[in-house]
Design a protein. Structure first.
Length: 95
C-alpha cells in the first residue's frame, strides 16, 4: 500500500506534475488562479530557514506555499516529460 505523494514531499531540486487538487473552496480557486492545475510542472526551489514555507517554480513564477497547503496538492512524476531527472516515488504506508 502506498500513500499519495504531495507537493509538500518535494525536496529542493525535485520536480513533479500536479495530479489532483484536494483543496476545496477558495483555496482550490486560488491554486487554480496560480496555475496549479492537472498536468502543471512544479519544481521545489527550497524552504525557508525553519522549513516553512517552501518556494516552488510554477509556470515561470516563484510561489511560496505553506506545507499545510502544499499537502493538499497530489503530485505525479515529472521526469518522464523531461522536467527533471530525479523522480518522486510514492511513500510507503506506515505500519
Amino acid at each position: 500500500m502506498f500513500h499519495e505523494a504531495t507537493l509538500s514531499s518535494l525536496r529542493q531540486g525535485q520536480a513533479a506534475k500536479v495530479a489532483v487538487l484536494k483543496a476545496q473552496g477558495s483555496m482550490r480557486r486560488r491554486f487554480q488562479d496560480l496555475g496549479l492545475i492537472e498536468g502543471t510542472a512544479v519544481e521545489c526551489l527550497g524552504a525557508g530557514p525553519l522549513g516553512d514555507p517552501c518556494a516552488y517554480l510554477i509556470r515561470g513564477a516563484v510561489i511560496a506555499l505553506r506545507q499545510c497547503d502544499a499537502s493538499t496538492i497530489v503530485i505525479g512524476p515529472a521526469y518522464a516529460a523531461g522536467v527533471l531527472a530525479s523522480p518522486v516515488s510514492p511513500l510507503p504506508a506506515a505500519e
